[in-house]
Ligand binder design. Structure first.
Ligand code: NAD
Ligand code: UGA
Length: 432
């Protein structure tokens, strides 16, 4: 059993804390948000993650997990310190390391010899070196090790991804420290790749950028399918049977969003530019994605008769994908923002209640209602913006009765076009 401190109790930090506690380690999670810490110690989970409430409750009850305010409070006795703080996008596209650097400066004087500081935040190549330098500048003992251990979990299935990962990547120049970090994962059944820090940092960005590339590729194929009257769903199926291509991340949609793909592709492009490397492929991926958001607005405008001014538009789903409450860089919010900018009145239903409340404060003018039928009342177009399963099981006769015209833009290809058309709807999907 190792003593582990986790700095940052967000999607990654909280999942890491709860999962490492469930693997038998003694874990202290720290956050600067005192309210969040108080809620966590009461067993209240501030984010929507399957299985997380149970793991946190087990950890607290078994005295293997606790939460404290401030990084300094957590690290004094730690053998390992995980940095799980935000690395948001800076104005120039690069990853802003401000939170990482501040956390390292804060904890440096408190670390005891032998501690391994592990970067789990997504950080550009070279950050492990920066962390080492800050530690020594801030007076930490020279027997502190630094490792990179990027995280590959997806929101919504974070616990399952953490406990059953495809791989664990550890980047560390010191072999003994690398073995100690890999030992934290001894009860996780996954290949462990130990490599140098720069490669570990690059693996994270390359993985996210590759997945984003698959999505932009299929979205571009979807656009082409619309032009030549093919069905992208059949195309993706036919491609996916080739195991070299695979079925995953070939679902066309409104473009990727979320707290990571947009910022991580921008950061990797920034790294390429500042290294003098022409990564036009990645620029293309980002451009296709932005264009895909715009195409969804165009589809809704077209069904509204070519002019959104004064139109009432209903939307279902505001989060960046289903099964999460995360609104960061959500394509849905891009779409509602642009609909309203063109004069539409937008009424939204979002199943994750807390996310719905936050969306209302982020976009004044966006009307939030508490069910799918209320959203469509008086609307001339319904936009399905995330793929929450409950949208499939709505009574579409009732939807039709509530709308001024039965028009649906299904940006996720979630619904059955044949069934809807039979009911008299005009249905527009993506690439079909
Ligand atoms: P988040 O915003 O949900 O959580 C970060 C937390 O860190 C916040 O609660 C914040 O209050 C806290 N914090 C900031 N500075 C602190 C400090 N000095 N001391 C203590 N707490 C502090 O962020 P996240 O989504 O968990 O992402 C964290 C990092 O992990 C990012 O680099 C992100 O790119 C990466 N990542 C995220 C995901 C994901 O799905 N969200 C997956 C893989 C990697
Ligand atoms: C993504 C990666 O999948 C994780 O491996 C990674 O750890 C994480 O980013 C991160 O670095 O933060 P996440 O952002 O939770 O995870 O969400 P995904 O399920 O990957 O979806 C990202 C976006 O792509 C969403 O907007 C989703 O709707 C979209 N998407 C995904 C598609 O449009 N089509 C697909 O086929 C798959």
């Amino acid at each position: 059993m190792s003593k582990v401190a986790i700095i940052g109790a967000g999607y990654v930090g909280l999942t890491t804390a709860a999962c490492l506690a469930s693997l038998g380690h003694d874990v202290t999670g720290a956050d600067i948000d005192a309210d969040r810490v108080a809620r966590l110690n009461r067993g209240e989970i501030p984010i929507l993650e399957d299985g997380l409430p149970e793991l946190v409750a087990d950890g607290i009850a078994g005295r293997r997990l606790r939460f404290v305010v401030g990084a300094v409070t957590a690290v004094g006795n730690a053998d390992f310190v995980f940095l799980c703080v935000p690395t948001p996008q800076a104005d120039d596209g690069s990853a802003d390391l401000g939170f990482v650097e501040a956390a390292v400066r804060e904890i440096a004087p408190k670390l005891r010899p032998g501690t391994v500081v592990i970067n789990k935040s997504t950080v550009p190549v070279g950050t492990t070196r920066i962390v080492k330098r800050i530690l020594s500048d801030a007076g930490a003992t020279d027997r502190i090790y630094v490792a990179s251990n990027p995280e590959f979990l997806r929101e919504g299935v974070a616990v399952s991804d953490f406990l059953h990962p495809n791989r664990v990547v550890i980047g560390c120049e010191d072999p003994e420290a690398a073995v100690r970090v890999s030992d934290l994962y001894r009860n996780v059944d996954a290949p462990i790749l130990v490599t140098d820090a720069a490669s570990a940092e690059m693996i994270k960005y390359a993985s996210n950028a590759f997945l984003a590339t698959k999505i932009s590729f299929i979205n571009a194929i979807a656009g082409l399918c619309e032009a030549v009257d093919a069905d992208v769903r059949e195309v993706a199926l036919g491609m996916g049977y080739d195991t070299r291509i695979g079925f995953e991340f070939l679902h066309p949609g409104p473009g990727y969003g979320g707290s990571c793909f947009p910022k991580d592709t921008a950061a990797l492009l920034h790294t390429a530019r500042s290294s003098g490397f022409d990564f036009s492929l990645l620029q293309g991926v980002i451009d296709v994605n932005r264009r895909q958001h715009e195409r969804m607005v165009e589809k809704i405008r077209n069904l509204a008769g070519g002019d959104l001014d004064g139109a009432t538009i209903a939307v279902w789903g505001l989060t960046f994908k289903a099964k999460t409450d995360d609104l960061r860089d959500s394509p849905a919010l891009y779409i509602t923002d642009h609909l309203m900018a063109e004069g539409a009145k937008v009424r939204a239903y979002e199943p994750a209640e807390e996310a719905a409340a936050r969306a209302a404060t982020m976009q004044p003018g966006l009307e939030i209602v508490s069910d799918a039928y209320e959203a469509v009342a008086g609307a001339s177009v319904l936009g399905v913006l995330t793929e929450w399963d409950e949208f499939r099981w709505v009574d579409f006769e009732r939807v039709k009765a509530g709308m001024t015209a039965p028009n649906v833009v299904d940006t996720r290809n979630l619904l059955d076009p044949t069934a809807l058309r039979r009911r008299g709807f005009t249905y527009v999907g993506v690439g079909r």
